[in-house]
Structures are given as structure tokens and as C-alpha cells.
Write a protein that binds this ligand. Sequence first.
Ligand code: NAD
Length: 258
Amino acid sequence: MLNLTGKNALVTGIANNRSIAWGIAQQLHKAGANLGITYLPDERGKMEKKVAELVEPLNPSLFLPCNVQDEDQIKSTFETIREQWEKLDILIHCLAFASKDDLSGDFSQTSRSGFNTALEISTYSLVQLSGAAKPLMTEGGSIVTLTYLGGVRAIPNYNVMGVAKAGLEMSVRYLAAELGPQNIRVNAISAGPIRTLASSAVGGILDMIHHVEEVAPLRRTVTQLEVGNAAAFLCSDLSSGITGQILYVDAGYEIMGM
Ligand code: NAD
């Protein structure tokens, strides 16, 4: 039985009800996990209000601002977890960013700052959050991040985000190797294309979705809740022997040659 009762889970990356992290948070809650939610703060507090209203039915016991470009916010997030929860069991890393300019056109024209920002937010943040989570995962744990096929194959317009995802997938393996002796497992879910705020910045996302609907073995793409179910599995004891893996939740698209 998939049961996360008694597990403390920190979920990053909820921006709205289309976010993959929202699908994951709902499924972790359904399985009994105690949730902490972080959001990306903005100056006018709009994101805080929006995300707070959305997640209210899941009764999160922590609700914290955490911009991964801000060391102090990361420090304070994990200090609060230590004070209020004492231990952390689950970390969901479900965030990414690249400038819209770098998500279409020629990859060779990616700017230095665009490249650095995409890799800092989308890749380095997994390393940083995992490092902060490690001392709190005193009873073992599960870390799950989100990746995409564009980190393995050249997908039109995915460009710098493909490089970021390749780095993310390799970070999963290095983290899994380091944290395994502490019984902390680290895995990634490679989701099929889903319409969200982040994916709408990728040029031609609707064409990508239609292509998957025509070609994938299941003749459709996936939902946030299906990704959430896979995440709940990877966070539970049902997956106790699995670490360092990339699990494709993509209606089978990845196996197809044409
Ligand atoms: P989304 O826009 O709902 O989520 C992206 C999140 O990243 C947002 O909550 C945003 O606030 C957060 N974020 C951006 N910059 C941040 C920062 N500096 N600090 C903290 N948070 C920050 O979109 P999504 O599609 O749900 O994306 C979630 C993850 O899933 C990403 O890693 C994305 O690459 C991955 N993914 C998405 C798809 C897809 O088709 N939507 C497919 C495969 C993988």
C-alpha cells in the first residue's frame, strides 16, 4: 500500500493549478504526507496570495518563500524545517527557468547570462537544496526532481533548457551515489509535455503536445496527477530499491523511433 503517513514532504515549484508540483502535492497529501510548500516570492506578494489560496485544502504545516537564487531564503527555509519538523523525509524539486529569448531560435546564440541563469535556477538548485536537506533526512529520504526528454535528445526550441536538464539528470546520479549510504534516494521523473506556465515559454509547445498525441504509444500526453502518482511512488517504501534513475512518465513517447 502506498502510504506516506508520518512523512514530512517539502514541495517546491507550485505557481498555479497547472503546475506539475501542484499535481504532486495533491497526490502526496492523498497518501497522507505532511506538506511544506514553498513559493517564488514577488514584490507585490501576488504569488504568495495565489499559491496560499490554492494549497489551503491540503493543510500545509509550512508555507515559505524560497527563491533558489537567494541563499538567505534557502537557509531560512531549512532552518524553519529543522525547528518545526525536526526531520525531513521528502524533497520535491519541481522548478526551472530560462529566458523566453533562449527557448526559441538558434541555440548557438544563447547569451552567457541566459545560459548561466538557466543552469543556476534549473540545475544547481537541485544540488543546493539536496545539500541543505541532507542533514535533516536523518531517517533516510527521497528526493525527486523533474526533467524532460530534451535533456537527452535535441528537441526544437528546448535549447539551453536541454543542457540544464542534461546537467540535472547527471546531478541526480552524483547525488544518488553520495546520499545512498544515508538511505536517501534521488530520482527524476521525465514527464511528457504538459501545458504549464514554464512550458508555454518554450517555442512551439502546442505542436510538441500534438506530436506526442499522434505518436506516443498511449496516443496522448500525460496529466499533472499522473506525474504526481509516479512521484508519490518514488517517495514511498514501494520504491525502496530504486535510486539514481530517470523514470519516464510520458505515455511511452521516449521508446519511439519515428
Ligand atoms: P510551472 O511554471 O508551473 O513551474 C515552474 C516553477 O518554477 C514555478 O512554480 C516557478 O515559481 C518556479 N521558479 C522559477 N524560478 C524560480 C526561482 N528562482 N526560485 C524558486 N522557484 C522558481 O511549470 P511546470 O511545467 O510545472 O515546471 C515544473 C518542472 O517540471 C520544471 O522543472 C520543468 O522543466 C519540468 N517539466 C515540465 C514539463 C512540461 O511540459 N510542463 C515536462 C517535463 C518537465
